[in-house]
Design a protein around this ligand. Structure first.
Ligand code: GCU
Length: 344
């Protein structure tokens, strides 16, 4: 399967590079008329992000269908998230949806989201991410990378799951846990006491199945959409991160649109987020039920305070190591404080 994907991905890359080099959008008359806009994502068609991408496509085509055709490539068909971001950077594709850890190596301001226990409530998380005026400044600050984020998606909390139960951080000792391919994710898992194994999302199932790793960390949908619940039967609500996924655009494509076109793409991005967020909770409930009843997964509610204690110094260490995250960090703390106060 992986090889098959690689072949498709390589073929598409060669083909797209060729198209870019010759400056033409294809050979048929139809494709010469319309600019093909490509969106890559790693999730399956059942994931709310895919539904969001479909909304994006429908909206853009309803307004600008004579000029643009939007094509969606799910399931890491164009490669891992890092690969897809590279393709977006070069302009071989126009958009990709990825978790912010994959962006860290391109723009280190996004490291902030990998901090364990960054947000102290879901309310603070949503309010900070929906503070569009502030977030747009962050999104627009990455011009030199050739990339620009256009919107965010909620993908819940990240939690450990493995072949054996994890009740406390001590249970993570010596376990090989897959993390996303980012320095901050590696550091976090190591601080918890695990042996961090960075790899792309698409490789996780086979790695657990073959015993290359003992487990991973993610949201509930990974158990069902990606079938990880078939090979890892214990899911622990450590809730150690709330990391957004983001839709990333090729900077040049986005910024060369006319004002009218840009307004359509911006609105499409906004609508795709609304649709994704609307679908998220229902999908999580469904995934939990399927994982429990059909896959035999046990969900564990641990004492989170012992997990927090274990990584309590990581935020400050990350701030010391990367001054670029300070402003966004402080901004998020204002939301944390606001919602803590409101809850009292
Ligand atoms: C989640 C998230 C993805 C991310 C994946 C991973 O599914 O939505 O963006 O890539 O986790 O752990 O790699």
């Amino acid at each position: 399967m992986i090889n098959f994907k690689r072949i498709i991905s390589t073929a598409l890359c060669v083909c797209m590079t060729g198209m870019l080099l010759t400056g033409c959008g294809g050979s048929t008359q139809e494709s010469q008329k319309k600019r093909i806009v490509r969106i890559a994502l790693s999730q399956a068609e059942t994931h709310p992000e895919y539904t969001g991408a479909v909304k994006f496509k429908e909206y853009v085509e309803s307004k600008l269908g004579d000029k643009y055709e939007v094509q969606i490539f799910p399931n890491e068909l164009l490669g891992s998230q890092t690969k897809a971001i590279e393709l977006t950077q070069t302009g071989a594709i126009d958009f990709t949806i990825a978790g912010t850890p994959n962006l860290e190596i391109f723009a280190d301001v996004y490291e902030v989201f990998s901090m364990p226990y960054l947000f102290t409530s879901e309310e603070a998380y949503f309010a900070a991410m929906n503070d569009t005026d502030y977030m747009n400044q962050i999104y627009e600050s990455t011009e030199e990378t050739g990339l620009q984020v256009v919107t965010w998606y909620n993908v819940g909390t990240r939690n450990f799951y493995a072949k054996k139960p994890i009740n406390t951080p001590d249970d993570l000792k010596g376990l090989k846990i897959r993390v996303q391919q980012s320095p901050a994710s590696i550091k976090m898992a190591q601080t918890f006491g695990a042996a961090a194994s960075p790899m792309s999302f698409g490789e996780v199932y086979t790695a657990i199945q073959q015993g290359v790793i003992d487990g991973a960390e993610n949201n509930e949908l990974a158990l069902t959409d990606n079938k990880h619940g078939e090979v890892a039967k214990y899911f622990t609500y450590s809730k150690h991160q709330m990391i957004p996924d983001v839709m990333i655009a090729n900077y040049k494509f986005l910024n060369e649109l006319s004002d009218e076109e840009r307004a359509v793409f911006d609105e499409a991005a906004k609508l795709s987020t609304e649709v994704e967020i609307e679908g998220w909770n229902t999908q999580v409930e469904k995934a939990k039920k399927t994982a429990e009843e059909e896959m035999g997964v046990t969900f564990i509610e641990p004492d989170i305070s012992v997990f927090k204690e274990k990584v309590k110094d990581v935020q400050q260490e990350m701030l010391d190591a990367n001054p670029n995250i300070q402003d966004l960090y402080d901004h998020i703390q204002e939301y944390n404080a606001k919602y803590e106060k409101e809850a009292k």
